[in-house]
Ligand binder design. Structure first.
Ligand code: ATP
Length: 383
């Protein structure tokens, strides 16, 4: 069991033409003892580099890495007591499942009886008892991934690091293994850091999620906090599927009235200016003429034409209907440039080509500064 901390950690590499690649930039974060922390972000944002820095496979260019409050920058990987599970399971093909799981312990000269006990216990935990004598080639993808997990678990490390461990599995197996991993974390109670580019995986597994972009930490928060109160436009667009509708535009203030004017060209007259609820307009920290981005979650958009001081409404054309089972996504267009996605409960919904009334309540939306992307306001108040 261990706490983990990164203090202002940066890592630079030299690219193929000797140019400097800033893979990780001044990242500070903490994982509490027993926490399941997920690092998520698009390809190349520095997630794997952070894991490799924690494991000791890379050295930070600057900053400190602490395990249980002790700086480990100079501690060899093998002495950090950290186990890493990769996407390609890297099992030894000529060894049985038992031997694969026992290998690390043998290297550490663990007594034979102890190895046997730990492998048997772990195999029972992962449902691998029946396949202990098989070679990896005689296993399914999910079983192989479990063996890779088992190999890490038998070591009883202080921290587990996972680098996209489920990405080679098919969609169904991925969901199943996700549940198993969550259960495993509950059983073992060990600190885990898990890297993925899949925001659904991040939301379902993480107790807290660190969202990364271009080497920088964007936000570190619990899943629903990220969803409800994204710190900036990047997080707003990354967390949530389909993502938040982001509508750039301008704030206009005149005679006590605040209006949002979407930047999209060619809007029909009814959709050209959206008068804000006066109470929200007053408190929104954006001056007259400020460029802002309005954020509306797909489930916040409703198919209703009722406009009043609390709501905006305008007509939109249905471009595409995507039935997903319990819910349906409607892809809407307003004028030539503005597109919106609306999530509704399945049932008799609109058809492609139809014009529907669409709207939302002002108290359910987020606002962002268009210049630096920072959040200004969320449904429950100032950002
Ligand atoms: P992915 O999801 O694609 O694995 P990632 O978020 O894990 O991406 P990293 O693998 O950490 O990203 O890479 C971050 C950046 O650092 C990338 O631009 C990558 O090309 C670069 N990089 C990583 N390792 C090296 C290296 N050894 N030498 C040079 N550049 C590197």
């Amino acid at each position: 069991m261990a706490t983990l901390e990164l203090r202002q950690v940066s890592k630079q590499f030299h690219g193929p033409r000797r140019q400097i690649v800033e893979a990780v930039r001044e990242v500070s974060l903490q994982a509490a003892d027993g926490e399941f922390l997920v690092l998520v972000g698009p390809s190349g944002c520095g997630k794997s580099t952070i894991l490799r820095l924690i494991a000791g496979l890379e050295e930070p260019s600057s900053g400190e890495i602490l395990l249980d409050g002790r700086v480990v920058n100079d501690v060899e990987p093998k002495d950090r007591d950290i186990a890493m599970v990769f996407q390609n399971y890297a099992l030894y093909p000529h060894m049985t499942v038992y031997e694969n799981m026992a290998f690390g312990l043998k290297l550490r000269k663990t007594p034979k009886a102890e190895i046997c006990r730990r492998v048997q216990e772990t195999a029972a935990l992962l449902g691998l008892e029946e396949v202990l004598e098989r070679l990896p080639k005689a296993l399914s993808g999910g079983q192989r991934q479990r063996v890779a997990l088992g190999r890490a678990i038998v070591r009883q490390p202080r921290v587990f690091l996972f680098d996209e461990p489920l990405s080679n599995l098919d969609a169904k197996m991925r969901v199943q293994m996700r549940v198993e991993l969550a259960r495993l974390h509950q059983r073992l109670g060990t600190t885990m850091v898990y890297v993925t580019h899949d925001q659904v995986e991040a939301m379902t597994l993480g107790q807290r999620i660190a969202v990364m972009n271009a080497g920088r930490l964007q936000q570190l928060a619990a899943p629903m906090e990220l969803y409800r109160r994204p710190a900036n436009l990047f997080v707003a667009g990354f967390i949530g599927s389909p993502p938040m509708n982001l509508v750039p535009g301008r704030i206009e203030r005149a005679e006590g009235q605040t209006v949002f004017r979407p930047a999209a060209a060619g809007l029909p007259e009814e959709a050209g200016a959206w008068p804000l609820n006066p109470a929200i307009g007053e408190r929104l920290p954006a001056a007259d003429g400020a460029d802002v981005v309005l954020g509306v979650r797909p489930e916040t958009l409703r198919l209703t034409g009722e406009a009043n001081p609390d709501r905006v409404a305008f007509p939109a054309t249905v471009e595409l209907v995507e039935p997903l089972g319990a819910e349906t996504l409607l892809h809407l267009r307003v004028g030539p440039e503005l597109t919106l996605v609306c999530r509704v409960a399945s049932g008799p919904v609109a058809k492609a080509g139809e014009i529907v009334p669409v709207g939302f309540a002002w108290r359910e939306v987020s606002w962002f500064d268009a210049a630096d992307g920072r959040a200004l306001w969320h449904p429950d108040g100032p950002a």
